[in-house]
Design a protein around this ligand. Structure first.
Ligand code: IPE
Ligand code: IPE
Ligand code: MG
Length: 261
């Protein structure tokens, strides 16, 4: 569990822009799990005359800032969509660049995970990743497995349909083996076989770059999440944008199918 250190929090959010203040945020109602669809790296770069690759490099900086901000705000789980099962359709050069960036970034960022006691998890099928990327991820998993302040769950080679199909297959195998009765297949039986097993569902989903779609992300887990879409491209998503998202979340009226209290 992540407990807020008020002094560090105030320091992190010193000198806010005019329209924002930490006082607008109810620190007792911070979303436990915030999830990000980190979109717009390519457009960010292209609009500034750079190669798309540079947008991905800047995207890493934005993710590092989001992780630090989440730690300061007392968030328990930060998840982020880094590579979808559909992203293999991109030009081979871009896919290779991303895989290399993942491997280097994982190793370079480990000190932050140690310093803040952040545990790493992956959502998705790592088997299909290049060996060096996978090895870096496995090192990250092993080195952070004892930490319990906050969890960072990175969705890599992740797709919701693949995840749900896998869960159905795992359930079917249990049933066929006689270890699970069909009438015992309930929501928990499915949820516990998803990559997110054991994690709370996201309360807040943030998508950058203005697209109004889920792109095969956490279809089951987002059933009752609040959506926040900003036109800002991911490399420009900083701690203040994060605070804006939390402020918007706290102004929502969450009903879960019931009536207003
Ligand atoms: C998100 O940025 C990062 C990944 C999908 C890996 P994009 O690469 O999708 O950037 P745009 O959407 O083309 O601008
Ligand atoms: C979603 O972004 C996947 C990630 C952010 C990793 P995409 O850029 O791949 O999604 P589409 O193609 O715009 O739906
Ligand atoms: Mg995109």
């Amino acid at each position: 569990m992540n407990v807020i250190d008020e002094a560090k929090l105030r320091e992190h959010f010193a000198h806010p822009p005019e329209d924002l203040s930490l006082d607008d945020i109810d620190l007792g109602r911070i979303p436990r799990h915030v999830s990000f669809i980190m979109d717009g790296n390519g457009r960010w770069a292209q609009e500034r005359g750079y190669e798309r690759a540079y947008g991905h490099v800047k995207g890493v900086d934005a993710l590092r800032e989001a992780i630090t901000t989440a730690v300061r705000l007392g968030v328990d789980v930060l998840s982020a969509y880094a590579f979808s099962t559909e992203n293999w359709r991109r030009p081979q050069q871009e896919v290779e660049l991303l895989m290399g960036l993942f491997a280097r970034t994982m190793l370079a960022e480990l000190p932050l995970f140690h310093q803040e006691h952040v545990r790493l998890r992956f959502l998705g099928d790592l088997e299909a990743m290049p060996a060096d990327t996978r090895a870096a991820f496995e090192e990250g998993l092993a080195e952070t497995e004892s930490y319990d302040r906050m969890t960072v769950a990175l969705a890599v080679n992740y797709g919701s349909r693949a995840e749900l199909t896998r869960a159905a297959r795992l359930v079917a195998q249990e049933v066929a083996a006689g270890r699970l009765a069909p009438e015992d297949v309930d929501e928990e039986a499915v949820a516990s076989r998803l990559y997110t097993a054991g994690l709370p569902d996201p309360e807040l989903l943030v998508r950058t770059s203005g697209e109004l779609r889920l792109s095969n992300y956490l279809l089951w887990q987002l059933a009752y999440s609040e959506f926040y879409v900003t036109d800002i491209y991911w490399p420009d998503f900083d701690k203040w944008e994060f605070l804006r998202a939390v402020r918007a979340f706290q102004r929502r009226d969450r009903r879960f199918g019931g009536v207003k209290a």
